[in-house]
Design a protein around this ligand. Structure first.
Ligand SMILES: [Zn+2]
Length: 119
């Protein structure tokens, strides 16, 4: 595995954990399912089952595809990128997820996850 692939996997793991944390806290009443994607082995990447509501499942699928196909190398933080690749709807959602989960992790002292904030 190359360094680039490692970076992508690390980012995908962060995205998955951030969305799951957000979904768990914000979408408590929604029906949830284990996330299975045709494009990625989510469980292998996140090192655990990721369980999300339908809306967050779609967001995660979108984020995974976009991150895996990012043409920028090294990848800049998305907010500094000249080439915004996210669909505007998903972009607004992922920003909210990153903000919310980033704060939650900060309060829990999980700064390791914040080392490589994407957004
Ligand atoms: Zn959700």
């Amino acid at each position: 595995m190359t360094a680039t692939e490692n970076n992508v996997e690390r980012d995908l793991k962060t995205i998955a954990l951030f969305i799951q944390l957000y979904c768990k806290c914000k979408h408590t009443d929604d029906q949830k399912q284990i996330v299975l994607l045709k494009t990625h082995d989510v469980k292998a990447i996140a090192k655990r089952e990721i369980v999300l509501c339908e809306a967050c499942h779609k967001l995660l699928a979108h984020a995974f595809v976009k991150r895996s196909h990012c043409p920028m190398e090294p990848k800049p933080a998305c907010k500094h990128c000249p080439n915004h690749c996210y669909h505007p709807t998903y972009r607004a959602q992922i920003r909210e997820v990153m903000k919310y989960s980033g704060k939650a992790l900060l309060f829990r002292g999980r700064l390791d996850y914040l080392f490589h904030l994407l957004f």
